[in-house]
Design a protein around this ligand. Structure first.
Ligand SMILES: C[S@@+](CC[C@H](N)C(=O)[O-])C[C@H]1O[C@@H](n2cnc3c(N)ncnc32)[C@H](O)[C@@H]1O
Length: 290
């Protein structure tokens, strides 16, 4: 393989930004080589810039998907960030269910796991709901998992996980309760699968079809975006939420720099955001107490 030139780096970084909004620069040369070297060889490209050109021109069927799969980082685990799941179980979900009593749709719950990777996040949410609500099968619950990576989504839809994946955050009790042993791994039970839907969606693009959501989980993805893409993303997400909907980001992420509607509300040591509650309820009170 020919060494990376600065033209290669420019071509690949611009491509990755255009396709996914992911901010790569010259410091990511090692990533370019380790993630895309194989594609350059397999598709007979003259180099990385040529791979970028062929991808843009859609000269090779499926190449865009292959590049997206290669450049995205799908790191995830079950019940990632214990404090968030404590907050959901003890505060956010019970209050949301109470709020629904007497409403137009008293048994309807809508959650969006944006950038769901291989599905552990949406399935963990489904299990949390099932544990909290004894008659959960009488509810109209939809947990939509979206991601830009077709390979991650295929994995999520299948709902089958190997031993290594199961060892990352899944406890013995839930393992027995929500999975069936199958083919050297574990298959999510149909009743949990049924609560979750998956589809491809690029967070840099339009959010048509996402509205009035009770919860949005957008965790550990905006860290890969540039500052302008990140603020546009959270602005759009706020419009997809119901007036009292909650937005949850990753444990190490903070949105306070985005303005007063993004002051965190702490529950069980988890940082939660209610950007429209700020507008609907008492903005003056909120901003003066923050
Ligand atoms: C580190 S994983 C986070 C998974 C999960 N939310 C969690 O916190 O465990 C980041 C995910 O973001 C997805 N991603 C990256 N850019 C994206 C974009 N522009 N639109 C949608 N998903 C994207 C990747 O494919 C990857 O699966």
């Amino acid at each position: 393989m020919t060494p990376l030139t600065s033209a290669d780096i420019d071509a690949v970084c611009t491509l990755v930004d255009d396709l996914c909004g992911i901010a790569w620069d010259g410091s990511k040369a090692y990533l370019i080589e380790s993630r895309l070297g194989n594609l350059v060889t397999r598709h007979g490209c003259a180099g990385y810039a040529d791979l970028a050109r062929k991808t843009r021109a859609r000269l090779i069927p499926g190449l865009v998907d292959e590049v997206v799969n290669a450049v995205t980082t799908n790191e995830t685990l079950w019940f990632r960030d214990q404090s968030l799941f404590q907050a959901l179980q003890h505060k956010l979900l019970p209050e949301k269910l109470d709020e629904k009593v007497g409403s137009l749709h008293p048994k309807r719950l809508r959650m969006w796991s944006a950038a769901c990777s291989t599905g552990q996040e949406p399935y963990s949410l489904a299990m949390t709901f099932a544990e909290l609500v004894p008659d959960w099968d009488t509810w109209d619950v939809q947990i939509v998992g979206t991601d830009i990576s077709p390979a991650a989504l295929e994995h999520a839809r299948r709902g089958w996980y190997g031993e290594l994946e199961m060892s990352r955050g899944m406890d013995e009790i839930r393992l027995r309760k929500y999975f069936v042993r199958q083919e050297n791994g574990w298959q999510v039970r149909p009743e949990i699968l049924r609560m979750c839907r998956f589809r491809q969606h690029n967070l840099q693009q339009s959010f048509t079809g996402f509205s009035d959501l009770d919860f949005i989980f957008c965790r550990n993805v905006a860290i890969y975006f540039r500052a302008d893409g990140r603020s546009r993303l959270f602005e759009k997400l706020s419009h997809a939420l119901a007036p009292t909907g909650w937005l949850i980001v990753g444990a190490a992420e903070s949105l306070t720099d985005l303005g007063p509607q993004w002051q965190p509300i702490m529950h069980c040591r988890a940082c939660c955001y209610q950007p429209n509650g700020f507008r609907v309820n008492s903005p003056v009170e909120r901003s003066s107490s923050s």
